[in-house]
Design a protein around this ligand. Structure first.
Ligand code: PMM
Length: 296
């Protein structure tokens, strides 16, 4: 199997450096996420789910209180805080490295005060003008995702001539803004934002051209888990997309591929399976990896 000619950047200041792709487990404290909507809406259920993901080997937990599924409407800030802060507090106390999945600076601030160590902003700084100044002052790692607008109407923005070149260019512009606003470049992780203002064709083109995104010089997080483009790929003879809960095998196949192509992390619901997958990818890239990992 062809392995990477160059080693992509995996260093993020403020986070441990792993010798494999990291696994970020998803904890959605929402009643309506497309992938696991409602299962972990009660704080206690979300906390228990986070503990399960950690036991399965997740390196990070991404806690979010606002669904970003296509068509979703915004949640009031008080409600977003009410959902996630107790969950972040409890899981951070358990030693988890938490990222907060939010577009709002106020939520990011209160989450960091509650113990979150990473800010995952799917809007890449565009939804809230206070976000970049906050992240700069908090000096925390920042996941900057490609985004073209809120979920309510993002599908209408899925218009590209050359999706890979345009996503790359827009990410580069947002990095420039973030760095101009005081965020240290070595704390930035980039994410192409699969499914966000993208059709299935766009998603496949992006995961097939990670090299173009690696050339931006920052670690890449990829979030394929249970997304529409997988459902469409796996549609049955009647053309109906495969339901979200039945997309995990495809998610893991893709996680293996992006890990083998140098992703810094994959954001997934099925953490135990993803850990196995990223270890396989690491061993393909480095025959000595298995000895070092030593039956962990
Ligand atoms: N996808 C979702 C939510 N947050 N954050 C990042 N950085 N990247 C993603 O691809 C991403 C995200 C939507 O998926 P979910 O409803 O399963 O959480």
């Amino acid at each position: 199997m062809a392995v990477l000619a160059t080693r992509p950047n995996r260093r993020v200041t403020g986070l441990p450096e792993l010798d494999r792709c990291a696994v970020m487990g998803v904890v959605n404290v929402t009643p309506d996420s497309f992938s696991d909507g409602g299962r972990y809406f009660e704080p206690q259920a979300a906390i228990e789910h986070g503990i399960e993901l950690l036991a399965a080997g997740a390196d990070y937990l991404d806690v979010g209180g606002e669904s970003t599924r296509p068509g979703a409407l915004r949640v009031p800030v008080e409600e977003e805080l009410r959902r996630i802060i107790p969950v972040i507090k409890a899981l951070a106390q358990d030693g988890a490295i938490i990222s907060v999945d939010t577009m709002r600076a106020q939520v990011a601030r209160e989450a960091v005060e509650a113990g979150a160590r990473i800010v995952n902003d799917v809007s890449g700084g565009q939804a809230d003008p206070e976000m970049i100044p906050f992240v700069a002052s908090a000096r925390v790692p920042y996941i900057l995702m490609h985004w073209r607008g809120h979920s309510a109407d993002m599908n209408s923005r899925a218009v590209y001539g050359d999706v890979v070149a345009e996503v790359r260019r827009e990410l580069a512009e947002h990095v420039e803004r973030a760095v101009g606003g005081g965020i240290a470049p070595d704390r930035i992780v980039l994410d192409p934002g699969l499914g966000f203002a993208k059709t299935a064709v766009h998603d496949w083109a992006l995961v097939g051209h990670l090299d173009a995104l690696h050339s931006l010089g920052r670690p890449l997080l990829i979030g394929p888990s249970r997304k529409r483009f997988l459902g469409r790929l796996l549609a049955g003879p009647d053309g109906e997309p495969r339901p979200a809960p039945d997309r995990d095998v495809a998610t893991i196949a893709l996680a293996t591929l992006v890990a083998a192509h140098g992703a810094w992390a994959v954001r997934v619901h099925a953490a135990a399976e993803a850990i196995d997958a990223v270890r396989v990818a690491a061993a393909v890239g480095d025959p000595h990896y298995a000895n070092r990992a030593g039956g962990h």
